[in-house]
Design a protein around this ligand. Structure first.
Ligand code: IVH
Length: 686
């Protein structure tokens, strides 16, 4: 094949792979219905990456390989909205909603009034502009935050990392949705509960203050200057408006949501056309009942007049449409008296003030402690022991004090609270580094740090040692049985049986649990070590890439950064961690104890997985069987006849009808050298 023909083949193959990857992204991230295994998906992605590496001229900005791409060098540019992004007026009760519905019907002057009921997602609104693409479809051009409603920030590089946002939309889909090549989508970016929990776990490990709620976390994430970090946070996007030439669709809101779904965008499945107050109430009640099971935060229900003509008749007030309203749920909160403020020391030595409360029932659980975040927060609220406080429980499980309640029935507390200047556990000095909000205990041997490290190590997402709870850890420390996490592996049944509330049986069970944890694998050990910035997902990726603690410890910054999602900040933290003698000693102790610090390396030999080859004709040096064996060894399959599902046809001398069929179906054709190259691509990556 000459160079030109090769490039043509590569171009065809790349286009095919992109379409396949986009289809699977849609199935996975939008429809929640994955159709292929992760390995098969990776194989497609890897092949595309390899093709693009070999033919850089084929890289398109909307290629799925380009989700995490260039970062904005100095902050985000301002961008003007095509039409203002308005807000919503709120109601807080069915009575208020009834009034609103009456007003709408009056103003509609006899025009039909039906509403589309949607969930009010607790995230931040964003506008996505799509523009004509060379393939006849559309491509994501810009993503803009709401900002002040007129002007927002161009956060395109970050929005691109959100997997439910299509980078490219095919002509077919545009046609199906009845939408031209240029249009704008508006909707809500949210941080799913699981992503939020993981983020806070990581922040805690890093000694950073916890993010207050998923909305703030999502907003902060979208404004992060490192798209790689944004990609890790797994934000999600739900579309609810579609603008063509700055106008809403004439067909109405229900049809808009259908068109958005047809375009391949994620539309929240909880939506319903409702006509009466009774139907609205039912939707609201159902939403409130489902609220905790959704996996993302909502703070109410939005009702939008469906018909566009009626929307136009109703028009807008200064800041919000008259044709839509937000019914807000009342926050899950309660008022109670705060008995005292105590201070907790964390694994990293961070001091967190905690409100000790008269137990109060909030959103289904009894709350007796709530976080006060840090010294500044206490100062800002001016809260004192004995005060009555309002406590909220959001999507994050940790309850928090949000304000001081003060009226005739709730007198102010009289006691003063002084943030401690020494560690409440070891009485060492506490310091607050410049620019940080938290005080930390400086004592490396602070018993609280050790206790928290042990609890962390045994935690469910780490080494998962059942039975290693607070009471046990406390006793182990008091009796001097452990001085570091590695000592756990020296504990004997006899020693444990002497602990309070322990018997032979429970001691044996714990020893077995500890023994079992030795096989938890490298990823969990990495989490257990408590390296800054290395949370669950990063640990998993590092383990897969390096396969052993030794390989990881020997890695350079450059090698570390080859791992997806690892940037300079993380690589630095890893290098610094292993540069410390005591950390290297810890690794050695764990090794001696028999802790498995290896992981299955990501199978490189499945690079051709998901690809089917058809062999035809006589190859110059390889026999048919040899070629077949090599393809299969690399995870590929071979088949006897050419179909649309064929990935490549490998053709030699005197290739016949199969070659013709391949050309007809535009399936890329390789000669032996081409096949070798594909296989060597394999070898080179080993
Ligand atoms: S409609 C002009 N629909 O709520 C109409 N907004 O409190 C405004 N929100 O800024 C948007 N879910 O960030 C709409 N299904 C939904 C929504 C929703 C959440 C947010 C949005 C808006 C805010 C207003």
């Amino acid at each position: 094949m000459d160079a030109r023909a090769k490039t043509d083949h590569a171009a065809g193959r790349a286009a095919h792979l992109r379409a396949e990857i986009e289809r699977h992204d849609h199935l996975y991230y939008v429809m929640d219905e994955p159709a292929i295994s992760d390995a098969a998906y990776d194989a497609l992605m890897n092949e595309l990456k390899r093709l693009e590496a070999e033919h850089p001229e084929l890289v398109t900005p909307d290629s799925p390989t380009q989700r995490v791409g260039g970062k904005p060098a100095e902050g985000f540019k301002k961008a003007q909205h095509s039409r203002p992004m308005l807000s919503l007026d709120n109601v807080y009760s069915i009575e208020e909603l009834t009034d609103w519905d009456r007003r709408v019907r009056e103003l509609a002057g006899g025009l039909p009034v039906k509403y589309v009921a949607e969930l009010k997602l607790d995230g931040l609104s964003i506008a996505l502009r799509y523009e004509p693409a060379a393939h006849g479809g559309a491509r994501l051009a810009v993503g803009i935050t709401r900002g002040d409603g007129q002007t927002g920030e161009d956060v395109t590089s970050n929005v691109r990392t959100i997997r439910s946002v299509p980078l490219s939309i095919t002509a077919e889909r545009l046609k199906k949705a009845g939408v031209p090549q240029s249009f704008e989508v508006r909707g809500e970016v949210v941080m799913p509960a699981a992503a939020f929990a993981r983020l806070n776990e990581e922040r805690e490990q890093q000694g950073l203050p916890a993010a207050v709620n998923p909305r703030n976390a999502a907003a902060g994430t979208l404004r992060t200057l490192e798209p790689g970090i944004v990609a890790q946070r797994r934000l999600d996007f739900y579309a609810y408006f579609l603008l063509v030439e700055g106008e809403y669709l004439a067909a109405g809101q229900q049809a808009t949501l259908d068109a958005l779904a047809a375009l391949g965008l994620r539309v929240n499945p909880h939506r319903k056309l409702v006509a009466t107050l009774e139907e609205m109430t039912r939707f609201i009640d159902a939403a409130e009942a489902e609220r905790d099971k959704l996996g993302y935060e909502i703070d109410g229900v939005v009702l939008k007049v469906d018909a566009h003509a009626t929307q136009l008749r109703l028009g807008y007030t200064g800041r919000a449409p008259r044709w839509a309203i937000a019914y807000k749920f009342t926050a899950k909160s309660g008022v109670t008296q705060m008995r005292d403020i105590t201070v907790q020391v964390g694994r990293t030595g961070k001091l967190t003030p905690v409100a000790e409360l008269e137990p109060v029932f909030i959103g289904g659980t009894t709350v007796s402690r709530a976080t006060l975040h840090n010294a500044d927060f206490i100062e800002r609220l001016g809260v004192k022991p004995g005060d009555w406080v309002k406590v909220e429980r959001g999507g994050d499980v940790i309850p928090k004090v949000v304000e001081v309640v003060h009226d005739a029935e709730h007198p102010r507390g009289k006691l003063r609270f002084q943030f401690p200047s020494t560690c409440p556990e070891c009485e060492s000095e506490v310091v607050r580094a410049e620019g940080e909000v938290d005080y930390r205990c400086v004592n490396a041997d602070c018993p609280a740090k050790l206790r928290e490290s042990l609890l962390h190590f045994g935690g469910r997402t780490v080494m998962n040692i059942e039975g290693l709870g607070e009471a046990v850890v406390q006793q182990l420390l008091e009796r001097g049985l452990v001085h570091g996490v590695a000592d756990l592996y020296k504990l004997t049944v006899q020693q444990l049986a002497e602990l309070e509330r322990f018997a032979e049986k429970s001691a044996t069970a714990l020893v077995e649990e500890i023994e079992r944890s030795k096989k938890a694998g490298l990823a969990r050990v990495l989490m257990g070590l408590g390296i800054r910035f290395v949370g669950e997902r990063t640990a998993e990726l590092l383990a897969q890439e390096f396969g052993s603690i030794d390989a990881l410890m020997a890695a350079s910054a450059e090698e570390l950064e080859r791992v997806e999602e690892v940037g300079p900040r993380i690589s630095q933290a890893i290098l610094e961690f292993f540069a410390q003698e005591k950390n290297r000693a810890l690794v050695e102790h764990l090794r001696k104890a028999g802790v498995d610090m290896t992981a299955e390396k990501k199978q490189r030999t499945t690079q051709l997985a998901g690809l089917t080859f058809v062999l035809t004709g006589t190859l110059p040096t390889m026999t048919r069987d040899e070629a077949k064996a090599r393809i299969e060894a690399a995870g590929g399959k071979t088949a006897g006849s050419v179909s649309k599902k064929t990935g490549y046809v490998v053709a030699g001398e005197e290739a016949g009808s199969k070659l013709d069929k391949a050309r007809e179906l535009k399936i890329p054709v390789l000669d032996e050298a081409g096949l070798m190259k594909l296989l060597e691509g394999e070898a080179a990556r080993e």
